[in-house]
Design a protein around this ligand. Structure first.
Ligand code: GLV
Ligand code: MN
Ligand code: MN
Length: 421
């Protein structure tokens, strides 16, 4: 089995990799991401897994052995993750969960295990929201948290509408499905997935500190994205006196500092990682600056307080700078607690003692499925660098293989019984 994991990992290594940075650019509905999609279909075929999916690109490859009850009678045990990346991302965030899921199926088959319920390997599209700004876009669509109506209005940063990115025929099919009633599509996924397990590279160093190869996720911090638009007045960078300017870059700069300070004071997280200036000329005072705030906190009140504090300071500074400010919430993911009985079971029922149980401040498809009422849980694999969403993201092969066997053990227990969970 180790060869299988490593062979698959090698297959994926060059896809979407930048020669300049070593990071990955696997944005949804671009050629690297479509190549990964096709790779997954080939892997499913090679294992005789039957693939179901929706037009958006979400996929589930099912292992339905003869004698297993159909998903309609006994909802399946599903594992998996995503294959897209952030801009210049790491190799592991997403693909580790998909490759480990396929390797876990191989390991279960090598053990001679036969599931009593359908066992699925899922790939959700656009988890990172790196192209259309909406994180977990695919799983939100698949669970019904968002419909085609909302998605079809999204544009990427080059102004390409999502219906154009997915292609005319697909967009038409999605539109027709929406007209026919999205309830049909939604009930399908919810009826088919009885329990979801997502394996993921750890995105911090908690497992390094605890000297553990694998951990179990307890929940996800609430988080969201807010678009801050600062508008001022374009002017000459040389001839305009400093006191005569209405420079939105200043308001933005102070807002970024305020966000950092407020988050540090409160022990939460706030980041402006994306900014666009118009007209973006070295010798021009900008007419507008747009910055995207990513904020996360341990609970909903703390998140609301943090965002409000940033908003208040930004508005006060705009007044001083003679600029104006508008703020739009682009996405919100409420706090998620994974099914506590499932977390306890997964953490305790394995050879070799307890696995650490950790919350995470990163968003995941497992959080979206949990919020849709599907019992879900996550396994984390140690990341020696602690770095994520960047080329330095890493996991050692021996730890990945511990992850594969932890996942296989978990799936085996869950798929040995017909009832949910
Ligand atoms: C996704 O990984 C996120 O937490 O933004
Ligand atoms: Mn990520
Ligand atoms: Mn991820």
């Amino acid at each position: 089995m180790p060869d299988d994991f490593e062979r698959m990992w090698r297959d994926l290594e060059p896809v979407g990799r930048s020669a300049a940075t070593g990071g990955y650019f696997r944005q949804p509905w671009t050629s690297p991401e479509r190549e990964l999609h096709d790779w997954f279909l080939a892997q499913a075929r090679a294992r005789d897994l039957e693939v179901t999916g929706d037009e958006l690109g979400n996929l589930v490859a099912w292992w339905r052995p003869a004698g297993a009850l159909p998903a309609s009678a006994s909802p399946g045990v599903v594992t998996g993750s995503h294959l897209d990346s952030v801009l210049d991302g790491g190799a592991y965030d997403g693909p580790l969960g998909v490759v480990s899921a396929l390797a876990a199926v191989d390991l279960l088959r090598a053990r001679g295990f036969v599931p009593r319920r359908p066992l699925g390997v899922a790939v959700f599209v656009e988890e990172e929201g790196s192209r259309f700004g909406m994180p977990c876009l695919g799983s939100r669509y698949a669970t019904g948290a968002l419909g085609w109506r909302e998605l079809s209005g999204l544009r990427d940063r080059d102004g390409v509408p999502l219906p154009d990115a997915v292609g005319a025929a697909t967009a038409e099919a999605l539109e027709a499905q929406e007209q026919a009633g999205p309830a049909v599509r939604l009930s399908r996924l919810r009826d088919q997935v009885g329990v979801f397990v997502e394996l993921h590279v750890e995105q911090g160093r908690a497992l390094v500190d605890r000297n553990a190869a694998v951990g179990v996720g307890s929940g996800i911090w609430p988080h969201g994205r807010w678009r801050f638009e600062f508008t001022g007045r374009a002017d000459h960078a040389g001839t305009t006196r400093m006191e005569d300017r209405a420079d939105p870059m200043l308001t933005f700069a102070m807002t970024a500092l305020a966000a950092n300070k407020q988050a540090r004071l409160a022990g939460q997280r706030a980041t402006f990682g994306r900014v666009e200036a118009v007209p973006n000329g070295t010798n021009v005072v900008p007419s507008s600056v747009t910055g995207w705030l990513d904020a996360r906190a341990e609970d909903a009140d703390a998140l609301a307080t943090l965002v409000e504090a940033v908003r208040t300071q930004a508005a006060a500074r705009a007044e001083r700078d003679g600029t104006s400010l508008s703020i739009a919430a682009e996405s919100h993911s409420p706090a998620v607690w994974f099914d506590p009985r499932l977390v306890e079971r997964v953490a305790a029922e394995h050879e070799g003692g307890d696995w650490p149980v950790l919350p995470t401040a990163a968003g995941h498809d497992a959080g979206i499925l949990a919020a849709a009422g599907i019992p879900s849980v996550m396994l984390f694999v140690r990341n020696p660098t602690g770095v994520s969403h960047a080329p330095g993201e890493h996991a050692e092969v021996p730890d990945c293989l511990v992850g594969v066997s932890a996942l296989a053990d978990t799936l085996e227990r869950l798929a040995s019984v017909e009832a949910t969970g």
